[in-house]
Design a protein around this ligand. Structure first.
Ligand code: SAH
Length: 415
């Protein structure tokens, strides 16, 4: 024991232990304890008994590698994807779907308790999918060269930019593979090299593919480190053979950055957008606009938001971080007035247009930061709200925004 009564552990790298997985960490890794010392084990499933080897030891916890599963957890399944262990995309595919949902539910609960410091709350059961594969309507594939010198597309391995070859992702649509093959074949024939993040040379960086599930329309955006794709017309002709191909664009990104899309966008085929529906509301979606990636769950999510908002037709609603206005327009028919706020001006242009094509006249949109627009509106107009919906990116809402929401004291906040 140390002076502070804290236990001093002496666990070291390369030591091997047999442990039972008791819990799941925030990144989906298994958690085991040895006499109070915590081990984080990637790919281990809750209730597995397994042999693990320490890879990095800290005074109070260690990371360990799963060496062998000795007793298989009832929650463990064979992942349908052969590269799931290496690919950075699906971290919890070795756990059965009900266990994945349990993990997500616990994560929300723990965040409310540990970060929010709230203990007195009720949590309803998570609303999962019936068929949790092939649901993603959008994928962004980096293009590169593997160790054998072969042109590959896929996804990055966890925490690195090594491309794990995968054109048939279990979450994506079947057209992804067809499109990637056309592009890679074209690159090989025309001797077009992929972008290399080390040398900063090479042309093709990423291929973004988006499919509208209701209309079947497909969009491809090729992100390049250069000003144009040689023989681009020929590539467009080949891509047009894919059923549903509606829009092709080229995004120019000359920066040495992790941001995928460049600032300049050149439309090379179609009207610059694809059209999809959420329930009966029509949306035109351009390459840079955010659109929920899981169309089946989006309907459930928005319907649940609508139900919780409890609208009767007389309410004023603010939809903050509104993107192309999907939630705003979904709620507008049941409200008196909806205001949407979004930082990306292209998305607001889409939102205004989406209101028009759906003949929705009680929605108004503002370009700007939610944390600036709402406080300013409140100051100058004394802005009023019955319901405020927030759907921020991962980092959450700024304190200035939360303060304003509190001042406006809406009847309901739907997060
Ligand atoms: N509610 C929309 C979009 C949610 S994604 C939907 O369901 O489709 C989050 C959105 O917040 C993105 O469109 C992003 O561009 C936008 N955003 C990010 N930071 C913002 C900020 N500070 N103020 C306003 N919008 C922001």
């Amino acid at each position: 024991m140390s002076d502070s009564n804290e236990k001093v552990y002496s666990f070291n790298k390369n030591e091997v232990y047999t442990v039972k997985i008791e819990d799941v960490g925030t990144g989906g890794e298994g958690i085991a304890k040895i006499d109070g010392y915590t081990l984080f084990i990637k790919d281990a499933v809750r209730e597995d008994v397994c042999e693990v080897k320490i890879t990095k030891a800290h005074p109070k916890f260690a990371y360990a590698k799963l060496m062998k599963v000795i007793t298989t957890s009832p929650y463990r399944v064979e992942p349908p994807c052969a590269v799931s262990k290496r690919c950075g995309g699906c971290k919890i595919m070795a756990a059965e779907y009900s266990e994945q949902l349990h993990f997500k539910e616990q994560k929300v609960k723990n965040n409310i308790i540990k970060i929010g410091k709230v203990t007195d709350f009720e949590i309803y059961p998570i609303i999962g999918m019936d068929e949790p594969y092939h649901y993603r309507n959008k994928a962004q594939f980096p293009i590169g060269i593997n160790e054998q010198g072969k042109l590959v597309s896929g996804f990055y391995a966890g925490r690195t930019h090594v491309i794990i070859e995968n054109d048939k992702c279990f979450l994506g649509v079947p057209e992804n593979e067809e499109i990637l093959n056309i592009i890679k074949k074209f690159m090989e024939e025309k001797n077009i090299s992929p972008y290399d993040e080390v040398t900063l040379k090479g042309l093709i960086r990423y291929v973004m593919i988006r499919k509208a599930f209701v209309t079947g329309e497909i969009m491809v955006c090729i992100i390049i480190n250069g000003n144009k794709i040689p023989n681009c017309d020929e590539l467009v002709e080949r891509l047009k053979t894919v059923k549903g191909m509606t829009n092709i664009s080229v995004s120019i990104n000359l920066c040495n950055t992790n941001v995928i899309m460049g600032k300049v966008m050149e439309n090379v085929y179609g009207k610059g957008y694809i059209t999809d529906y959420i329930k009966d509301i029509k949306f035109n979606i351009s390459p840079k606009s955010f659109f929920q990636v899981n169309p089946v769950q989006t309907e459930k999510l928005y319907s649940t938001a609508l139900e919780y908002a409890g609208l009767t037709g007389c309410e004023t609603v603010w939809d903050l971080y509104c993107g192309i206005g999907s939630i705003s327009l979904f709620l507008a028919r049941s409200a008196k007035k909806v205001y949407g706020v979004e930082i990306i001006s292209d998305a607001i242009r889409d939102a205004r247009n989406n209101a028009k094509i759906n003949n929705i006249k009680n929605a108004e949109f503002f370009v700007g930061k939610a944390e600036e627009v709402l406080p300013e509106y409140y100051k100058t107009h004394g802005g009023y709200a019955d319901v405020i919906v927030v759907d921020p990116p991962r980092k959450g809402c700024e304190v200035t925004l939360l303060d304003t929401i509190i001042k406006m004291s809406p009847l309901k906040v739907v997060y």
